[in-house]
Design a protein around this ligand. Structure first.
Ligand code: AMP
Length: 221
């Protein structure tokens, strides 16, 4: 790990964190770490992590902190994270945020910013209902707002698009409750550290990206 963009993205499911994380990754040459993508891959591979995690993911609950923290700590050591990292979906609890601080402190580096993408409840529901995820690269599209050129096929890599089980209505309500109860307190955590930036996450992807870049300002290089 070295100097560069070191950013945490915060926001409810469906806020657009994954989409913005991929754009920031391209822009800053940083690695993107989506804990949800890593876990879904582990579930698909049926490896020990996936077998443990699937029971939590399927009901929209959080996977235990120790599993997640070890997974992120290992990923941060990889070479592509040297220029910086965009964390998408991590941290999600105060203990995870404290563990991240400790990991970075050991490396002698610090976060540049924690960026909160704000989106009202009804917009989140509408986005998640139509959201499709690429089985191969994790890219996101929406059946109405950003349909792929060819139905069911990822524009970025040609992979198969599917609807995540946990994007179905029954699970979404629980994911939003978990966000409010366990993740929203991180806003104050980062506000107190002077790292919190907040942007309006409603609108076109490019407009939101312009807001993200303006909010990051000199914070990420
Ligand atoms: P996401 O793709 O970020 O919405 O994550 C999908 C699911 O993976 C979540 O509903 C959780 O079950 C699990 N998950 C992802 N990231 C974390 C995390 N940082 N801590 C605990 N569970 C997580």
């Amino acid at each position: 790990m070295a100097a560069g963009a070191r950013v945490v993205l915060l926001g409810p499911p469906g806020a657009g964190k994954g989409t913005q994380a991929k754009l920031l990754q391209d822009r800053f040459g940083a690695c993107q770490i989506s804990t949800g993508d890593i876990l879904r891959k582990a579930v698909a591979e049926k490896n020990p992590l996936g077998q443990e995690a699937s029971q939590y993911i399927s009901r929209g609950a959080l996977v235990p902190d120790d599993l997640i923290v070890n997974m992120v700590a290992a990923r941060l050591k990889e070479k592509d994270c040297e220029p910086g990292f965009i964390l998408d979906g991590f941290p999600r609890t105060i203990p995870q945020a404290e563990s991240l601080d400790a990991i970075l402190q050991r490396e002698g580096i610090a976060l540049n910013a924690a960026l909160s993408v704000r989106v009202p409840h009804d917009v989140v529901i509408e986005r998640l209902a139509g959201r499709r995820t690429c089985r191969n690269c994790g890219s996101l599209s929406h059946v109405v707002f950003s349909p792929p050129k060819k139905a069911g096929v990822c524009d970025r890599c040609g992979g198969e698009l599917f609807q995540r089980d946990d994007d179905r209505e029954e699970t979404v309500a629980n994911r939003l409750k978990v966000y409010n109860d366990q993740t929203a307190p991180l806003l104050d955590y980062y506000r107190q550290q002077g790292l919190l930036k907040e942007i309006d996450g409603v609108g076109a992807v490019d407009d939101i990206n312009a807001r993200v870049l303006a909010a990051l300002g000199g914070a990420a290089k």
